[in-house]
Design a binder for this molecule. Sequence first.
Ligand code: NDP
Length: 275
Amino acid sequence: MDLSSKIKLNNGVEIPVLGLGTYQSEEGEVAYNAVKFAIEEAGYTHIDTAAAYHNERSIGRAIKDSGIKREDIFITTKLWNEEQRKDNQYQAFGESLERLGVDYVDLYLIHWPVKEKYADSWKILEKIYKEGRARAVGVSNFNIRHLEDIAKVSDLMPAVNQCECHPWLTQVELADYTQKKGIIFEPWSPFGVGQLLSDDNLKAIAAKYNKSNAQLILKWGLQRGFINIPKSSNEARIKENTQIFDFTVTDDDMAEIFKLNMNKRTGADPETFTF
Ligand code: NDP
């Protein structure tokens, strides 16, 4: 496996195993430069954004200017909560396409399971998928009960479930359920927005492989069958996060990392979020 490796989603579409996260990569120079560098210099072919990150325009521009063909880049974006509450899902998707400057995305996700709305939203993503404007559709921050609810209204399975997951929140039950259903699990905030990068237990394990905590965490995710989307807007760190294909974490060390679980979230809980 290397940076060009892809895995098949449940509809046959292939997703690159490593993508660039862009939450808090600000619209303008920061997001533009990070994405352009990631594609042109670091070999990324997969970018994760969302309407709520307010950087789709810069990302679309960077992809266009990169000189790599649109069809060789995998773009994910997401439907924001407010658009679900306003029953504006279908239009919101069109607005994301317009800001990105593309006529399809590779993956469109429901960002959060908004109460009393997410099943309706899923039906609209199904329509978008059938129109061919998203090559795959999926969800984010869905717990088992949310996945069960959408299975009641639709035969279309999500291709991906993107959720907070890292060594302090290992998500064993949710990831197992998701994977058994043929849905790819995609951890967000793999570094706990940076907090795990100074964890001494991880440092001790990472040192054995001459790797950083960031690289160890990404490899742990990869070996669990996950797609990683670490965020960086720093050139050296964008590159560092790709250097994960030249070592293997032993079963014993994988088990040591699982022991660090504290069910500790760094972001909101899908059962209690209010935004
Ligand atoms: P991450 O866990 O990816 O951490 C990002 C932070 O770590 C940034 O401060 C970054 O700083 C720093 N960093 C990155 N690489 C390194 C490195 N090698 N060494 C040291 N520091 C590093 O957090 P995110 O919350 O951004 O999560 C990743 C992505 O997941 C998001 O960008 C977004 O695309 C997605 N996401 C999805 C959510 C959802 O609800 N679906 C919620 C949250 C995130 P710097 O940029 O300066 O390198």
